[in-house]
Design a protein around this ligand. Structure first.
Ligand code: NAD
Ligand code: TYD
Length: 333
């Protein structure tokens, strides 16, 4: 099978690219290489005969059509997005461009070619916060950050193409994902790398916000299964049922690394901070998927990866990221 993976140089996209290539598929990656895209994530496969990389923007209609024409993918998986809530609070423009307009460009282009499946990777954040219970796929969306609102737009736009044009769309809503190669602005890799360096771990507010954490390869396996067995026009929640509050995760990271708990420092909360995300994933469980990596094991593996790959994240943290970090955290302390 030929698969076009957009955003394949990012965190999840690069894991998926490597897994699906190993499973015998041909993979074409289209990635703009924004601050979050990193060719280092694909270095093991860069010379693989079934791998092709295009640097470019999913908003670029000409380029997208050229790739669809020349490479002839049967499946498109749209991972490409601006993905960090805190950045969307600072400036949402790129989120609207990529997560909304970019999704539109891909959906439009896909109509002109014999695509069998278009997977739109959405997020649990489109439902908004839920104090108790868990969201089902049929529940209403109530996004509350510019990031989640832009993702909700992409999610519903993809659905509209199924209803209106019978485009072969499936929408995935994964919970919070963690693992190796995640950009160190996100909670878990930020806390791991700061702890390794003996720097404070900036915990927003009271740290009692709850997230559901899934290891990245478990998500990639769910996507492989959905490509085989998913029903067109459907939405699939992909949850880990591993809900923990942020303080618990921070304490676990510090404990595994053998560092002092005093590194955890409460700072000013995120504006509009969603208190709890929770989804039921009975639909994807019924397809035969289940997560294989528990949180303890996944955190240990992730921490080990960051310990073994210091040049990967040190280069990022010392580069243009450091300006963002100063801006983001200066007003919190
Ligand atoms: P990431 O930020 O690590 O990677 C995003 C990738 O998209 C980067 O390689 C970047 O260069 C590329 N990109 C950005 N704008 C682009 C554009 N206009 N054209 C082409 N490429 C572009 O993100 P991630 O964490 O790997 O997330 C992948 C997808 O999964 C996103 O759609 C995200 O919303 C979704 N998601 C992520 C999580 C999570 O916890 N990480 C959870 C649920 C859903
Ligand atoms: P994040 O990784 O940004 O994902 P989400 O998209 O779920 O917001 O953050 C996960 C949780 O960690 C979220 O509740 C915000 C919190 N957090 C902190 O407490 N401190 C931080 O420095 C960051 C980046 C996140």
């Amino acid at each position: 099978m030929i698969i076009l993976v957009t955003g394949g140089a990012g965190f999840i996209g690069s894991h998926f690219t490597k897994m699906t290539l190993k499973n015998g598929n041909r993979v074409v990656v289209l990635d703009k290489l924004t601050y979050a895209g990193n060719l280092e994530n694909l270095k093991e496969i860069k010379n693989h005969p079934n791998f092709r990389f295009y640097k470019g923007d999913i908003c670029n209609k000409k380029l997208v059509e050229k790739i669809l024409k020349n490479e002839g993918p049967e499946v498109i998986i749209n991972f490409a997005a601006e993905t960090h809530v805190d950045r969307s609070i600072l400036d949402a423009e790129a989120f609207i461009d990529t997560d909304v307009k970019g999704t539109f460009v891909l959906l439009q282009a896909a109509r002109k070619f014999p695509i069998k499946l278009f997977i739109q990777v959405s997020t649990d954040e489109v439902y908004g916060s839920i104090p108790e219970g868990s969201f089902k796929e049929t529940d209403a969306l109530n996004p509350s950050s510019p990031y989640s609102a832009s993702k909700a737009a992409g999610d519903r736009l993809a659905y509209s193409y199924w209803v209106t044009y019978k485009s072969p769309v499936i929408i995935l809503r994964p919970c919070n994902i963690y693992g190796p190669n995640q950009y160190p602005e996100k909670f878990i890799p930020l806390f791991i790398t700061n702890a390794i360096e003996g720097k404070p771990l900036p915990l927003y507010g009271d740290g009692k916000q709850v997230r559901d954490w899934l290891y990245v390869t478990d998500l990639c396996e769910a996507i492989e299964l959905i490509i085989q067995k998913g029903a067109l026009g459907e939405v699939y929640n992909i949850a880990a049922s591993n809900e923990k509050n942020n303080l618990e995760i921070a304490q676990k990271i510090v404990e595994i690394l053998g560092k002092d708990k005093s590194l955890i420092q409460h700072v000013k909360d995120r504006e509009g901070h969603d208190r709890r995300y929770s989804m039921s994933s009975s639909k994807v469980l019924q397809l035969g998927w289940k997560p294989r990596v528990n949180l303890e094991q996944g955190l240990k593996e992730t921490i080990q990866w960051y310990l073994n790959n210091r040049p990967w994240w040190e280069k990022i943290k010392r580069g243009r990221y450091s300006k963002y970090y100063q801006k983001q955290y200066a007003h919190r302390v």
